[in-house]
Ligand binder design. Structure first.
Ligand code: UT7
Length: 331
């Protein structure tokens, strides 16, 4: 096998969650739903919301600061910043430029990456490829979404699902033969599902009559595809490395629905005790779910140097992927 010049390592994680909690009880007072329905169908108990009008860069910057602080690294040493988001501050400029300036990352380039709930994995695999090729040594990847800015707060099909939040991971170059780092990944797309989960009226395509720039989801169809694709890609990402579920310490799945997460774990024969779940407390934060779950694992003492992790996600596109890595910085 070709030895990469460098190993891409995930060395620190940071987050930002807004203070404000939106409970199922509050939602039940606003739309025709119930705590029982939401918990049994999704696993969500509450989500966090920013103050209305808060731009995405604010929470992305906060997560970036937290990550750099946890890493013990100065922003001026960054080569690049990738912000995965579907709710950037503006159409132009890319939010990553705003983040770059605010962090004081004076020599870093920055751009946004739009790939919905699979955006963080897209950022991670892009950064890993640059680092492995010797094109960058230190890249900050951030997943941040202000989902409350693109939700119809009176549509019970969607308003119960999403929350706001941001998470960041610092990626660094380690030696080519390092014992920890990104080991393997795969990404997929199927645009046949493009209309099943969509935020229309936000691009160059003409709007259909009555459409608004909010999330529309054909829940049942998306659910069926998510269950199938998450399980498939998780299993294949491991088997292509000669591994099985039993070789993994932690599964970090996209947090869209506890039933999808459980189905993925079952397919891999991994007990739920090894699966990181925070959907009950933060809901679906789109591009932020994976770093928020990584931070949850760190807070629980389950994320240490060498921890074997499988990240897996599915989102609007359709787009899905998985990545197997060993956490931490080589000695
Ligand atoms: O993150 C990106 C990827 N997204 C996903 O992976 C999400 C995938 N989809 C899902 O998680 C689930 O489909 C939902 C949680 C969105 C919906 O759950 P479901 O079990 O698939 O429900 P459903 O859409 O089949 O709806 C069942 C019933 C419907 O009523 P009828 O037609 O049976 O009379 C809905 O109108 O539940 C109704 N319903 C609700 N009832 C109470 C839909 N939303 C609600 C609600 N409260 N909030």
């Amino acid at each position: 096998m070709l030895q990469p010049r460098a190993t891409a390592q995930c060395v620190a994680v940071g987050t930002f969650l807004p203070e404000r909690r939106l409970t199922n009880a509050e939602l039940s007072a606003r739309v025709d739903t119930s705590d029982e329905w939401i918990i049994s169908r999704t696993g969500i108990r509450e989500r966090r919301l920013v103050e209305p009008g808060t731009p995405c860069s604010v929470i992305a910057i906060a997560a970036g600061h937290d990550c750099l602080r946890n890493a013990g690294v100065g922003a001026e040493t960054l080569d690049g910043i990738i912000v995965a988001t579907i709710t950037g501050d503006q159409r132009m400029p890319a939010t990553a430029n705003v983040v770059q300036h605010a962090l004081g990352a004076t020599k870093a380039w920055g751009y946004d990456l739009l790939n919905a709930c699979n955006g963080f994995l897209a950022a991670l695999t892009t950064a890993a490829s640059m680092i492995e090729a010797g094109r960058a040594k230190r890249i900050l990847i951030i997943g941040a979404d202000v989902m409350s800015s693109i939700i119809d707060h009176h549509d019970r099909n969607t308003c119960i699902l999403f929350g706001d939040g941001a998470g960041a991971v610092l990626m660094e170059a380690g030696p080519g033969d390092a014992a920890v780092g990104v080991r393997g990944w795969e990404m997929h797309s199927d645009g046949a599902g493009a209309n099943e989960l969509i935020v229309p009226c936000t691009g160059s395509a003409p709007a259909l009559p009555g459409q608004k720039p909010v999330v529309y989801q054909n829940g049942r169809t998306v659910f069926a595809h998510a269950v199938r694709r998450m399980a498939e890609v998780a299993e294949h990402c491991l088997t292509s490395q000669g591994l099985a579920g039993s070789d993994v310490d932690l599964i970090i799945p996209h947090q869209a629905n506890i039933r999808i997460i459980e189905a993925t774990a079952e397919r891999l024969h991994v007990p739920m005790s090894q699966v990181v779940v925070n959907i009950d407390r933060v809901g679906n934060t789109t591009a932020a779910t994976l770093p928020l779950a990584l931070a949850q694992a760190a807070a629980d003492g389950r994320l240490v140097t060498g921890t074997r992790i499988l990240l897996v996600a599915f989102g609007g596109g359709f787009t899905w992927g998985a990545c197997y890595l060993q956490w931490g910085r080589s000695a």
